[in-house]
Design a binder for this molecule. Structure first.
Ligand code: NDP
Ligand code: MG
Length: 384
């Protein structure tokens, strides 16, 4: 029996994780659920899965959750610090980090320090502080099992390879809703268009990031830290059908790919069962429904985010932290109609040029850089 904490249980990844757990009550038990604003869903999840504790990070909802769960032996806490404390409980084996954005960093650090296995969906944690997180994992002998579908694919391809060296990896990208569009086509696109992802149903932040290919940029950086790669070993290939989830090329030229229907439940399930595979009834891939699997080069001229990622990898230090902060601000501003789609690229790039660069940041520096970059990006937004 594996005892699981889900940080961000009310989101797209969180709810799918609970579906996986519900199918395997003999293998998994829910220990902790956390949410930010979606009180009603958190309450109904707690009533169904009966965790040891729940945390609602936005304090204003505490009373409602407390009252709703009063008749059950479930501990109820509120506030972000309570997530950090609850995640360290002795009764937890695996922590699924499915909070969105920078908010995932502190709880992930706490979980690593407490020796928990990390099922990592919150890619922003590795983007912001990949070097810090990697050395913390070594120090505490903690394994990160990727949940992001591309990284789960690479991880699955590497399982059983006994540290055989990687020549390079190919991260596949669907291309998002704006594949094939030019910069001038993108000038007036709306958030409704950007939110229509062709293959995946996800939270709004990552869906906008997929439209701008910023998601792929974050994934390039995530891959560097997960697999210890140089920038030159990470390539992106557009694969509109999202069936090949990513590929590894070894030093003998042999390539391994992991395939399956686009369904996040599969990488979540794998992260929970690793190193075993247990049976699951997910719909199976049928070749006849996909007579053609196609691949094409990514358009790095229109979608400048990809070059931003390589710039961050080559520059090192806190540059990816700056990229992430500026992107979170732009993403939210686009979703609230304060900037246009193409402004995202300009504001992120300008913020990367303006924020203080630190070659060897410590953990506190990351928090300071995040704050500074948010301020710069917000000021730029005021002037668009
Ligand atoms: P959602 O927006 O659907 O869910 C986010 C979750 O985080 C919700 O439970 C939300 O709570 C909670 N949350 C939001 N803000 C805060 C905060 N400040 N403090 C604490 N909790 C907070 O996101 P997704 O599930 O789509 O994505 C989650 C993570 O997984 C992201 O890092 C994303 O990049 C990654 N990921 C997602 C994939 C997907 O298919 N969705 C695929 C690969 C990676 P509430 O709703 O209660 O307000
Ligand atoms: Mg992904």
């Amino acid at each position: 029996m594996k005892r699981i904490a889900i940080l961000g249980s009310t989101g797209s990844i969180g709810t799918q994780a609970l579906e996986v757990i519900a199918c395997h009550p003999d293998h998994f038990e829910v220990e902790l659920l956390t949410a930010h604003n979606n009180v009603d869903l958190l309450i109904s999840q707690a009533l169904e899965f009966k965790p040891n504790s729940v945390v609602i990070s936005n304090d204003i909802h505490y009373e409602k959750v407390k009252v709703a769960l009063a008749s059950l032996p479930i501990k109820v806490f509120s506030g972000s610090d309570s997530i950090i404390q609850s995640v360290c409980s002795d009764t937890i084996d695996i922590v699924l980090t499915a909070q969105v954005g920078f908010s995932g960093l502190r709880p992930t650090i706490a979980a690593i320090q407490a020796g928990k296995t990390i099922a990592l969906a919150n890619k922003e944690t590795l983007v912001v502080a990949g070097d810090y997180i990697s050395s913390l994992c070594v120090k505490h002998n903690v394994k990160i099992i990727p949940v992001d579908s591309e990284h789960s694919a690479i991880f699955q391809c590497l399982t059983g390879e006994y540290n055989n060296p990687i020549e390079k990896i190919y991260l596949t990208a669907s291309g998002g809703p704006f594949r094939g569009k030019s910069t001038s086509d993108l000038a007036g696109v709306t958030k409704a268009q950007a939110l229509k992802h062709p293959n995946w149903t996800m939270g709004s932040k990552i869906t906008i990031d997929s439209a701008s290919l910023m998601n792929k940029a974050l994934e390039i950086i995530e891959a560097k830290w997960l697999f210890g790669l140089e920038a030159s070993q990470i390539d992106v290939i557009v694969h509109p059908q999202s069936i090949v989830h990513s590929l590894v090329q070894f030093t003998d030229g042999s390539m391994k790919a992991q395939m399956g229907l686009p369904d996040m439940k599969l990488p979540i399930h794998y992260a929970f069962t690793y190193p075993e595979r247990i049976s699951a009834n997910f719909p199976r891939f049928n070749f006849l429904n996909y007579p053609q699997l196609t691949f094409e080069a990514a358009d790095k001229v229109t979608f400048r985010s990809l070059d931003f990622a390589y710039y961050c990898l080559n520059k090192g230090g806190n540059m990816a932290c700056i990229l992430n902060a500026a992107n979170e601000i732009c993403n939210a501003a686009f979703l609230s109609d304060r900037i246009k789609f193409l402004d995202i690229f300009d504001i992120v790039e300008t913020t990367m040029g303006k924020a203080t660069f630190l070659a060897k940041p410590n953990l506190n520096d990351y928090f300071e850089s995040d704050k500074e970059a948010r301020e710069i990006a917000n000021n730029l937004i005021k002037n668009v």
